[in-house]
Design a protein around this ligand. Structure first.
Ligand code: FE
Length: 218
């Protein structure tokens, strides 16, 4: 049986991707890394005053390459899996309204996973109040779980971010975030599902053990 420390390594996770299990199961073996307390009273983000017409509020126009995704569904399947708003944001690169979404003011302790495939993306310990009306984070749990594309639409240069596993549009990342990274991941609540810390930790423990058992057979 492989030790959990080996499973938790990136190589271990990538090896597990070859196993025909759900991505939620696969990535559960990855503990949340680099957890630090959120900074206090960060400066307002550049998008804070422009609302839906801000760089955060405008939809993206990039084309996301779906050819190498680990999770694939047909368009009809995505429409059945997701709510209409989730489909608009995640599969059509739309944007939800500021201050009228599930997590912009959520201060609970836990982990935010991709609403499309369950991959852990953001930790509440790296969430901060940007003043924009969208959930904002200064760090992603693991850069391997997110991909970026430069978006030149609307006469702006923005960096779009999407889930590396299912290709779901998440939002954008800007360089006006707080210390220690200086980054601001401006993310749509519609692209996320919040899991309270205790529930997430229990799930990680359970699925990591199951993943170890599967790996031991190969
Ligand atoms: Fe995803």
């Amino acid at each position: 049986m492989l030790p959990l420390s080996k499973l938790a390594s990136r190589a271990g996770r990538l090896a597990l991707l070859a196993v025909a299990l759900s991505p939620l199961f696969l990535f559960a073996a990855s503990p949340v890394m680099n957890s630090k307390d959120s900074p206090k009273n960060p400066a307002p983000a550049a998008c804070a005053t422009d609302g839906p017409l801000s760089a955060c509020g405008l939809p993206s126009k990039v084309v996301i390459d779906m050819s190498h995704r680990k999770v694939h569904h047909t368009d009809a399947e995505w429409r059945a899996i997701l709510t209409p708003q989730q489909y608009s944001v995640m599969r059509e690169q739309g944007t939800e309204p500021p201050f009228r979404n599930a997590y912009w003011d959520n201060h609970q302790d836990g982990v935010y996973v991709c609403a499309g495939c369950g991959t852990p993306l953001f930790d509440s310990r790296q969430k901060f109040d940007s003043g924009t009306g969208w959930p904002s984070f200064w760090q992603v749990i693991d850069p391997a779980f997110i991909e970026e594309q430069t978006d030149h639409s609307y006469g702006m240069t923005r960096v779009e971010v999407h889930c590396a596993v299912c290709g779901a549009h998440l939002g954008h990342v800007f360089d006006d975030g707080p210390d220690p990274t200086g980054l601001r991941y401006c993310i749509n609540s519609a692209s996320l599902k919040f899991i309270p810390r205790a529930e997430y930790d229990a799930w990680v423990k359970k699925t990591a053990a199951a993943a170890a058992a599967v790996a031991a057979k190969h």
